[in-house]
Write a protein that binds this ligand. Structure first.
Ligand code: CTP
Ligand code: MG
Length: 220
């Protein structure tokens, strides 16, 4: 079946404080351009959701639509903008995509219909008490930190989004919506596919410094 890469890139980047994050450049290339270049050879088409009034920078082999007020809304609009059988959803805020893990993800979605990249948690986890004090330890065994890209049969993720609208619940994560739907119907699972530390999300100025350092190696 055909596969579309869908890139929500319509956020304002408020925590980074450098304007819409997808357009922020790391060593001369925007976060968005890096994601499009990595995904384009692996899929049939790339569709990007942009902030209202912004245009796709020249040289990107992708189609642009206007995003929504929330990430979930931007993804819903992207889902309506393609007719591909499979969709791979990837945040523009994660500019470093090792090809091998994306290929692993595509293999998993073809087998099971829903899959996400994720990494086993390595840090000790603690729930803070009021006042910023140490509360209870949370055992990290069996815990994974979820990344993007995530991939689904388009029919399945469409249903999950429709259920979220009907039920009035919001999610920052599409795999979470699909898992909720699959649980309700009692059939199917979202596969966890080992991701890569380099797929970290650029959220804060500290992350941007990390991205600058990694880009020096990544770009050769
Ligand atoms: N996103 C989107 N539409 C929105 C909000 C977010 O397409 N209305 C996208 C962002 O562009 C980003 C991804 O969703 O690629 C993950 O969101 P996040 O890291 O939170 O980015 P921003 O919302 O831009 O940043 P912030 O929350 O700091 O403002
Ligand atoms: Mg945000």
């Amino acid at each position: 079946g055909t596969t579309a890469a869908l890139i929500p890139a319509a956020g304002s980047g408020s925590r980074l404080g450098r304007g819409p994050k997808a357009f922020v450049e790391v060593r001369g290339q925007s976060l968005l351009a890096r994601s499009v270049a990595a995904l384009r050879p692996l899929v049939d088409e790339v569709v990007v959701a942009l902030p209202e009034g912004m245009e796709l920078p020249p040289g990107l082999d992708a189609r642009a639509i206007v995003g929504g007020a929330t990430r979930q809304d931007s993804v819903a609009r992207l889902l309506r903008a393609t007719s591909a059988e499979y969709v791979l959803i990837h945040d523009a805020a994660r500019p470093f995509l090792p090809e091998n893990v994306v290929l692993d993800l595509l293999e998993a979605v073809h087998e099971s219909g829903a899959a996400t990249l994720a990494l086993p948690v390595a840090d000790t986890l603690v729930r803070a008490e009021a006042g910023g004090n140490w509360g209870d330890l949370t055992p990290r065994e069996g815990l994974w930190a979820v990344q993007t890209p995530q991939a689904f049969r388009r029919e399945l993720i469409l249903k999950a989004h429709a259920q979220a609208v009907t039920g009035g619940f919001a999610a920052t994560d599409d795999a979470g919506l699909v898992a909720r739907l699959l649980k309700a119907v009692g059939n199917g699972r979202v596969r966890l596919v080992p991701g890569d530390a380099r797929l970290f999300k650029v959220t804060t100025p500290g992350d941007l410094a990390l991205a600058e350092a990694l880009a020096a190696v990544w770009d050769g």
